[in-house]
Design a protein around this ligand. Sequence first.
Ligand code: HEC
Ligand code: CU
Length: 351
Amino acid sequence: MRRGRKCGVLPNRRLAWQAAAILGCTAATALGGDPASPTSMFAPESTPAHSIYDISIFVLEISGAIFVVVAALLVYAVVKFRQRRNDDDTEPAQVYGSNQIELAWTVIPVLIVVVLFLSTAQVIHRVQDARRPPGALDVTVVGHQFWWEYRYTQFGFEAANELHVPVSTESERAPTFLTLLSADTDHSFWVPRLAGKTDLIPNRTNKTWINPQQTGLYLGQCAQYCGTEHAQMLLRVYVQPRAEFDRWVREQQQPAILEPSVAEGRRVFDTTACINCHTVRGTVANGRFGPDLTHLMSRETLAAGIIANNAANLREWIRNPDAVKPGSLMPAMNLSDAELDQVTAYLLTLH
Ligand code: HEC
Ligand SMILES: [Cu+2]
């Protein structure tokens, strides 16, 4: 104990209590975690997330029951057969090779494992092999270092970082089927309240689906280490009533609005490398390395959800992306202050 103190390490007893406290807190937050939290997997809002939640609770119940039985037997044995003052120190009766006991502790665990295995397999099947109903929305999700591309192929446009889907009600089922691809390395699409994690892997097509039953904003993030800014690759899913979603689609389908008042900024944009990496539909800009900017101002955030989308942040981002998101794959373009103002003014008109 003394030595422990000297090295700055806590004495073992304290350490054990601390570990217990941390475990307890984690369990309490996990189980009683704020269900209103936009990322709580304990507040599922979509069928795949519900299935996963149900199976987790089922597994927790079974393992909890096993824990209680084992712990109770252990406590019973420790108390009942503890050493007593008047013990005669003779050995108790020794039991060798009881077929009944051997069978019991082989067959029961095998049955438990089989039950857990079959119920998990059933959930995997239900989630992965769900039939795509006619009229479902299809979106292709492409993971990039470090942002998300959303292709609404059936509507003929592309969006970035903020996924919009219609709400799926009892009377009007409107699931969204996601095809997951990657432009560079492995990523993972994880919005805990909507579905389990599904990886986006280069040269492979993965699929998942969601059918959120409540409107609102659901958050998540890339759940597979994909490089420096992996932790700043946030997911935002906007679940909207059908009419609102349809309006959003119609707006996104429009080419960029070109305001004559910001012609200077547009000239700077169109004559700088910006256009090699970004698309602004209806202009010469048709790059595909970075997010589509046609309707940049319809988004609430910039750079995959990490800062609010407003004039000051936009200007700062273009001035030096690395200052906002170190390691981001957009270079600082060394624009003059005047050019920065002009480009920002132009981008601010892209509603
Ligand atoms: C070498 C390619 C490249 C060039 C050149 C480039 N960008 Fe980018 N841009 C990116 C990438 C990649 C991102 C995504 C960064 C991230 O979120 O990690 C991005 C993000 C952005 C965003 C945020 C979009 C969003 O919805 O989050 C804006 C705005 C933007 N760029 C504007 C510009 C402007 C203006 C220029 C020219 C001055 C420019 N970019 C030049 C690659 C580039
Ligand atoms: Cu990623």
